[in-house]
Ligand binder design. Structure first.
Ligand code: SF4
Ligand code: SF4
Length: 99
């Protein structure tokens, strides 16, 4: 994936709403806090977005739409990432893309 394609995806996401995935340290604390045990969310999803891997995000549409937006992950995130807002942005992007 080229740098331009990567930047293009982030621009698309930020056009939908604030998307602060770059603050994620990939520590995994959020996955441990998730009541659904959604391992995919959010750290891998944020990496996919930052790397411009739209196909991987499409493949993860099930977990993205299963998220309860309960903020349990956000409450324990040491980096203060706005996880649920990022998930909302990813949902909106998927709907725009026709997923
Ligand atoms: S807890 Fe926060 S910093 Fe850690 S992986 Fe999850 S979103 Fe990233
Ligand atoms: S908002 Fe709730 S359901 Fe969604 S990833 Fe975070 S802890 Fe899991």
């Amino acid at each position: 994936m080229s740098v331009l394609a990567t930047a293009g995806m982030i621009r698309q996401l930020e056009a939908i709403g604030p998307f602060d995935a770059e603050a994620c340290m990939n520590c995994g604390v959020c996955s441990a806090a998730c009541p659904l045990g959604i391992d995919l969310l959010p750290r891998r999803l944020f990496r996919y977005a930052l790397l411009g891997l739209g196909d991987r995000i499409h493949d993860a549409s099930g977990p993205i739409f299963s998220c309860l937006l309960c903020r349990a992950c956000e409450a324990s995130c040491p980096a203060g990432v706005h996880i649920t807002e990022n998930v909302r942005v990813l949902r909106h992007w998927l709907l725009q893309e026709g997923s």
